[in-house]
Write a protein that binds this ligand. Structure first.
Ligand code: FMN
Ligand code: SF4
Length: 399
């Protein structure tokens, strides 16, 4: 079977200069109806929300409030397994800035912000200087935390406070930065908007961060792939791959055989209970323990919440502690698996943000896919090689 071509439309040649950008894409021209142009574009920050609908909703909220809107590019990428947005910002900053410019023009926005990790800011500042936009776009440094890119946390950070989520009501599209209607759009979404405005068909493609096993450990790269591609053609899956993580740490584990055949699009992934999320694909090698990997990630997710709401204060730490026990081979812990399932059910829909829901979705998929490993642990052994290094990255952990 021949693999679909991996285009480099969004990632460019590696030269982030304005000259290289203009040579590759040509100048940006005015777009009379940006929402119309974005009709088929879905957000690439995790939830897959339709971009046109959000553009129109923010425009409407600003009109209703009789004020000007704010546009914020979200380059936070707090997901530790993701590298697509950081790669995009370093290789193609002008595409992201074009997208911001288009959105700001459509909304008549008074304030334009690009928020990203501090490592990205010098390159972005250079890009702004090249196009004479210093002072027109404000750069904001985000802390390197899982929740910092959640849109209400991002708004709080832009307003000068701690990057913590707040309640969903009122939504930031109505009351965001400085209390004004705010468009928060992932940087890949913005870059795709810039391609669409130029009539570039590759704008329907998507960026994914791939984790595979190499002879010297985990190999991480970012690729641009066509939507609808077969996952097995995009992510190298060797005979030993025991499961595939799709979407990231709010995503889902899939059995390798299921993952290999699934189409990389909303409908295809939904049919197997998954979503593209933060654009992460990870092929877990055969010598790693999926339960141990999951326990380690859930420990990190529990620690990342600021404990503002019940599910994060009580639920996630308990689930993380139980998974730690389940990850250790030993005598069966009677009722513990059922406890994890029960506690998971109790946290869903109860947080101010969707962090608990995303975390227990990841847990539920692990309990399904790694059921044989859980049974092995209960019988006192583990299928992972004793010395194998953990696979998924967890900041502040041992990996
Ligand atoms: C816990 C959590 C973390 C998030 N982190 C990010 C992030 O790092 N970057 C991002 O673009 N969106 C992130 N999001 C999604 C944003 O809240 C928001 O939906 C997104 O930036 C909107 O952009 P889009 O419509 O272009 O996808 C996160 C959401 C949640 C619940
Ligand atoms: S649900 Fe959790 S992560 Fe979200 S705001 Fe509440 S405490 Fe914070």
């Amino acid at each position: 079977m021949s693999a679909p071509p991996l285009t480099r439309g969004l990632l460019g040649t590696g030269d982030p200069s304005l000259a290289a950008h203009l040579a590759a894409h040509g100048p940006l021209t005015a777009v009379p109806d940006l929402a119309g142009v974005a009709a088929d574009l879905t957000g690439r920050g995790g939830a897959g929300f339709p971009a046109a609908r959000k553009l129109r909703a923010v425009a409407e909220a600003a009109r209703a409030a009789g004020t000007t809107a704010v546009v914020v590019g979200n380059g936070g990428e707090g997901e530790p397994a993701a590298a697509k947005d950081a790669t995009l910002l370093s290789r193609s900053p002008h595409l992201v800035l074009d997208g911001l410019q288009l959105a700001a023009g459509y909304l008549g926005a008074g304030t334009v912000v690009l928020a990203a990790g501090s490592a990205a800011l010098p390159g972005l500042d250079r890009a702004l200087a090249e196009r004479g936009d210093r002072g027109r776009v404000r750069l904001v440094a985000l802390p390197d935390r899982f929740l910092a890119g959640e849109e209400s946390a991002l708004v709080a950070a832009v307003d000068g406070g701690p990057a913590l989520p707040r309640t969903k009501v009122p939504p930031v599209r109505e009351r965001g930065v400085g209390g004004r209607p705010t468009l928060v759009q992932n940087v890949e979404t913005l870059a795709r908007l810039a391609l669409l405005a130029r009539g570039d068909a590759a704008a329907g493609h998507t960026l994914v961060t791939r984790h595979t096993a190499g002879p010297h450990g985990r190999v991480v790269d970012v690729a641009e792939v066509p939507l609808h591609a077969r996952l097995g053609d995009v992510l190298p899956l060797h005979g030993g791959t025991q499961a595939v993580l799709v979407g990231g740490y709010h995503g889902s584990w899939l059995p390798t055989a299921v993952a290999a055949e699934v189409a990389l699009d909303r409908a295809g992934l939904a049919s197997v209970g998954a979503a593209l999320g933060a654009g992460v694909l990870a092929a877990l090698p055969g010598d790693r323990c999926g339960v141990r990997e999951t326990a380690s990630v859930v420990g990190y997710l529990a620690e990342q919440s600021a404990g503002q709401c019940g599910p994060c204060l009580n639920g996630l730490p308990r689930i993380a502690a139980a998974l730690e026990l389940l990850a250790r081979p030993g005598p069966p812990r009677r009722g513990l698996l059922e406890d994890v399932q029960r506690w998971s059910g109790l946290v869903v829909g109860r947080g101010a943000c969707s962090h608990p829901d995303g975390s227990v979705r990841f847990v539920a998929s692990a309990l399904r896919v790694f059921a044989p490993e859980l049974s092995a642990h209960a019988a006192g052994w583990c299928t992972a090689a004793p010395s194998s290094a953990p696979f998924l990255p967890v900041p502040g952990g041992t990996r």
